[in-house]
Design a protein around this ligand. Structure first.
Ligand code: HEM
Length: 393
């Protein structure tokens, strides 16, 4: 298979290498015109550093398309991280960009109102929102069946009051943690793809390409749902149903002549999972804040990478631990399998655990070194080190 020349805008090998059409398409369709003009100006004006080390995982909330790559104001800081050999000038593309985006920019104001209304709203959010909505609906129906319909059918117990808070508060964290896993899964698949083909110059399949470009939106949605979950959880003790239950438990305790209701392991379980949940949410907040362009542009590439990649995986780990500790001994409690269905926490932690295991495997020195080599330009098909991009053009 012939080796394709590297594309100048493929700064992050964890991301798909956009074709010139992809770059053009995402620039003029997805990005605000303001960005597009600034980017094309930079691409045109100076030789653009292509970071081959960025092949390292940045499965993150960062704008996976050209936002970060072409931003002129971005402080790349540590030049150790930049492969100067790979600095390239794609003047042909750059010159096409500049007038194109200028036209596009001014075109917005000339656009007749009828056409302006037809413009797609939030195009980058379509896929993530669709997936989040489908997941929410499925989780809601599943939880409703297990927690409300089952007691109603088997014991004629009316617990429909659970729907507004208790059921919703299972849907929110379930979908949130799944979306968080979906932020990191494509990076793992991309690494597997590159390892399998032994090169970074083979294009990712289109679905993976699209998925990678939506990771920021997946991450932000995950944070949003996690924040709602925290609010719902913290309001548990305020509910009237909770107060009645507490009174009933107290009464029964008196009837049983039990003085102390303290259950040591249950106390520890709650202290740990709430604390870990708060830490997880705090990390997600940092990730969300650093994905704001004005913040991310004030960081060096290495700082940004550390936050988005390392902290991101840590957040995923904490959230998984949070859900697992919440489950505690329910993992081995057969009564949890209502109508032979596993509880939601078992289902929702499955994907994050798979992602974390795969990530740990990729960190084995033999695989990590091979990925690093591939992302520095090594190609298994030619088994030669890549010649500097600039000298090949
Ligand atoms: C301030 C932070 C947080 C607090 C106070 C908190 C609190 C809770 C509480 C009270 C539960 C038990 C809910 C129940 O009884 O049904 C729970 C479960 C759960 N939480 Fe959190 N949480 C926090 C953050 C997070 C975050 C950031 C995530 C991940 C995105 C998360 C994911 C989960 C999951 C998956 C469950 C299991 C839900 C189930 O029953 O299926 N939580 N959390």
């Amino acid at each position: 298979m012939g080796k394709q020349p590297p594309l100048p805008f493929h700064v992050n090998a964890d991301q798909p290498r956009p074709s010139s059409q992809t770059v053009a398409a995402s620039c003029h369709q997805r990005l605000p015109a303001f960005w597009a003009v600034r980017k094309s100006f930079t691409a045109h004006k100076r030789r653009f550093p292509l970071n081959l080390k960025t092949g390292q995982l940045i499965p993150n909330f960062m704008d996976q398309d050209e936002d970060q790559k072409l931003e002129p104001g971005r402080n790349v800081g540590n030049h150790d991280d930049l492969n100067m050999d790979s600095q390239v000038t794609r003047t042909s593309e750059a010159t096409v960009f500049f007038p194109f985006h200028q036209n596009n920019h001014s075109g917005q104001f000339e656009c007749p109102p009828s056409q302006y209304c037809k413009q797609d709203l939030f195009p980058k959010w379509h896929l993530p929102v669709k997936i989040a909505s489908i997941l929410s609906l499925l989780t809601f129906l599943y939880t409703l069946l297990r927690d409300v319909i089952h007691p109603f059918v088997t014991a004629h117990e009316n617990v429909f009051y659970k729907i507004p808070i208790l059921i919703i508060n299972k849907v929110l964290p379930g979908v949130s943690i799944t979306l968080l896993a979906l932020v990191y899964l494509p990076g793992i698949l991309a690494a597997g793809f590159q390892l399998y083909h032994g090169t970074k110059y083979k294009r990712f399949p289109q679905w993976l390409d699209r998925w990678m470009l939506s990771r920021k939106q997946f991450g932000l949605l995950s944070f949003f749902l996690a924040a709602m979950h925290a609010c719902y959880s913290l309001c548990y003790p305020m509910r009237r149903s909770y107060r009645y239950k507490l009174l009933n438990w107290a009464y029964q305790q008196v009837k049983q002549k039990r003085e102390n209701a303290w259950i040591e392991h249950d106390v520890w379980r709650m202290e740990i999972y709430v604390s870990v949940g708060i830490l997880g949410l705090a990390l997600l907040a940092i990730l969300a804040i650093t994905s704001i362009p004005s913040v991310s542009h004030s960081l060096t590439w290495r700082e940004f990478h550390h936050i988005q990649s390392k902290m991101g995986y840590l957040a995923l780990l904490l959230c998984t631990v949070h859900a697992s500790v919440f489950a505690w001994n329910k993992w081995v409690d057969i009564k949890q399998f209502v109508w032979y269905t596993p509880p939601t926490f078992m289902i929702v932690v499955f994907l994050p655990i798979v992602v974390l295991i795969c990530k740990s495997i990729l960190l084995f020195p033999c695989l990590r070194k091979k990925i690093e080599k591939i992302r520095c330009g090594w190609d298994a098909n030619t088994e030669t080190n890549e010649t500097p991009v600039s000298s090949r053009l």
